[in-house]
Design a protein around this ligand. Structure first.
Ligand code: AMP
Ligand code: MG
Length: 441
C-alpha cells in the first residue's frame, strides 16, 4: 500500500507562524541597549535612558524681556500721556553683565537691554516706546531724566529666575525622544552629556550566487543586489548604524566567513537563502552556530523568514525577494531596532482608508503597496499597479501598506481598510489630514 509522505519534514520550523507570533518571538529576543553617555550635540534622535533633573533654574536669574527701563511699578502707577512721571536714570545694564548697582530708590530707573539682569529694587520693565527722553546730551543715559507715559503692571516684561524650569524639577523623563527642542533645553540647563540608548549596530548581508553588487558587469543569469542598499537605508531611517557585509555566495563556508565578525553587531540582517530551495544556507549555518526559531510566516509577500543566533548576536533572515524583504523589514526589523533604542511606540501609524479598487487575499496577512491620500474629507488608498512580489518599483511608488487580515478573502472597492503609513523614521511626524505646504497670504 502506498503511504503518503509529507514533502517537507514536519517540525517546529515548518509550522506556519502568524505575523503577530513571529513579531512577538523576534521582539522577545531584544532589550533596550544599555545606557551610554553621549555629548548633547550628538544625541539627536536618541532616547533618554535616565530622567533629566534640572541642576539649576532656567532662566538662571531674573531678567528683562524687553529693551527699556527697569523701575518700580508703584512709582508709575499714576502716569499718563498728560501727566507723565519723571524718573532719574541711575545706570545702564547691557546683557551679559552683573547688576552691580545700589538698590533702586523711589524715582529712579535703570536703562536695560533684553536679557540683562534685573537690578535690585526694580520689579518691572517699561518698554522704550512708553517713555521719552528729555532732549539733552546723553538723553536716556546715566544721570538723565526720562518721562514715563503709562502705568505698567508689576512684573511686566520681566522673566523670573526658574520660570521656565525650576531647579530640581524633573524636566525630561526616561523614554523621552531627543528632538532639537529637547537638545536646546539640555543646553539651557548647562548639561553637555546625556545618558541615552545608543544606536544599534546592524550588519547587512545579501546572499545568492546570482546576486552582484551594482558597479560590476552583469553576467548571464545574474541580477543586481538591491537588498543591501535598501536595507541600509531602512536601517538608517530607523536610527540604526548599518554596516554592509557584501554578498555571500550560496556556500556555507562563504556565509560563515562573511559572518565571522557577527559578534561586533547588535543584530545581523541577511536577505535571501531562507526559502525551501536547494540553497537554503542561512538556516543550515544558523543550525550549526546557534538556533533557528522560525522561518515560515503567514505573510504576503514574504513567507520565508529566518530568526536565530550567530553566537550571542540575533540574526533576522529576510526573504531574498526585495519587495518581501522590504515588507518583512517594516513588520519585524523596524520594531526590533526601535525597541533596542528605547522607543516606546514600535508600530507604524495606521489609518482607516477607503479602498479604490478591490483586492483579493488568500489566508495570509497581505501587505499591499498603496498610494494613500486625503480626499474630500477622508483617506483614500489606491493599490499601486504591478503588485508582483518581485516588483520593487511598486514599493518605490508606495507611501503606505494596505493591510488585509488573514480572515479577509476579498476587500471590495469602496470598503474601509487599515493602512500603515510608511513613515519609517520614528522621529518623523506622520502627515495630518488636509496638510499642504501653502500658507494663506
Ligand atoms: P532566495 O530567497 O535566495 O531564493 O531569493 C528569492 C528571490 O530574490 C530570487 O529571485 C533572488 O534572485 C532574489 N534576490 C535574492 N537576493 C537578492 C538581492 N540582494 N537583491 C535582489 N534580489 C535578490
Ligand atoms: Mg538565494
Amino acid at each position: 500500500m502506498a503511504t503518503l509522505r509529507p514533502s517537507q519534514p514536519v517540525s517546529d520550523e515548518a509550522r506556519m507562524l502568524s505575523v503577530d507570533e513571529a513579531r512577538a518571538r523576534i521582539l522577545a529576543a531584544f532589550l533596550p541597549l544599555p545606557p551610554t553617555r553621549l555629548p548633547v550635540s550628538r544625541a539627536l534622535g536618541r532616547v533618554l535612558a535616565e530622567p533629566v533633573v534640572a541642576p539649576s533654574p532656567v532662566p538662571p536669574f531674573t531678567n528683562a524681556a524687553m529693551d527699556g527701563y527697569a523701575l518700580r511699578a508703584a512709582d508709575i502707577a499714576a502716569a499718563s500721556r498728560e501727566r507723565p512721571v519723571w524718573l532719574t536714570v541711575i545706570g545702564e545694564l547691557p546683557a551679559g553683565r552683573p547688576a552691580t548697582l545700589p538698590p533702586l530708590e523711589p524715582g529712579q530707573a535703570v536703562r536695560i537691554m533684553t536679557g540683562a539682569v534685573l537690578p535690585p529694587g526694580a520689579d518691572t520693565v517699561v518698554r522704550f516706546e512708553d517713555t521719552s527722553e528729555v532732549e539733552q546730551p546723553g538723553a536716556g543715559r546715566t544721570g538723565s531724566t526720562i518721562a514715563v507715559y503709562r502705568p505698567t503692571p508689576q512684573g511686566e516684561n520681566v522673566r523670573l529666575a526658574g520660570e521656565d524650569v525650576p531647579a530640581g524639577h524633573m524636566v525630561l523623563p526616561a523614554g523621552t525622544v531627543l528632538l532639537p527642542a529637547q537638545l536646546g533645553l539640555l543646553s539651557a540647563l548647562g548639561l553637555t552629556w546625556v545618558s541615552v540608548h545608543r544606536a544599534p549596530r546592524v550588519a547587512i548581508l545579501a546572499t545568492g550566487d546570482e546576486v552582484v553588487d551594482p558597479g560590476w558587469p552583469l553576467l548571464p543569469g545574474q541580477i543586481r543586489n538591491s537588498n543591501n542598499t535598501m536595507v541600509f537605508g531602512l536601517t538608517q531611517l530607523c536610527g540604526g548604524e548599518p554596516t554592509l557585509l557584501g554578498v555571500a555566495r550560496d556556500d556555507p563556508d562563504a556565509l560563515r566567513w562573511r559572518l565571522r565578525y557577527a559578534d561586533a553587531f547588535d543584530v545581523v540582517l541577511t536577505s535571501g537563502g531562507v526559502s525551501v530551495g536547494d540553497y537554503d544556507l542561512v538556516k543550515d549555518v544558523l543550525r550549526q552556530s546557534g538556533r533557528i526559531e522560525l522561518w515560515q510566516v503567514q505573510i504576503k509577500p514574504g513567507k520565508p523568514l529566518a530568526f536565530g543566533w550567530i553566537g550571542q548576536t540575533p540574526l533576522i533572515g529576510l526573504p531574498g525577494n526585495p519587495v518581501a524583504a522590504f515588507v518583512a523589514f517594516t513588520q519585524f526589523v523596524r520594531p526590533a531596532l526601535l525597541l533596542m533604542q528605547g522607543f516606546r511606540n514600535l508600530d507604524l501609524p495606521v489609518v482607516r482608508a477607503r479602498l479604490r479598487s478591490s483586492l483579493e487575499n488568500s489566508g495570509r496577512r497581505h501587505f499591499v503597496r498603496g498610494q494613500l491620500r486625503w480626499e474630500d474629507g477622508e483617506y483614500v488608498v489606491e493599490p499601486v499597479p504591478m503588485q508582483g512580489a518581485g516588483v520593487l518599483s511598486s514599493v518605490a511608488q508606495a507611501n503606505a501598506l494596505i493591510v488585509l487580515p488573514e480572515s479577509c478573502r476579498l476587500a471590495p472597492a469602496g470598503s474601509l481598510v487599515d493602512v500603515q503609513v510608511l513613515v519609517l523614521n520614528p522621529l518623523e511626524q506622520p502627515p495630518l489630514p488636509g496638510m499642504t505646504s501653502r500658507v494663506t497670504p
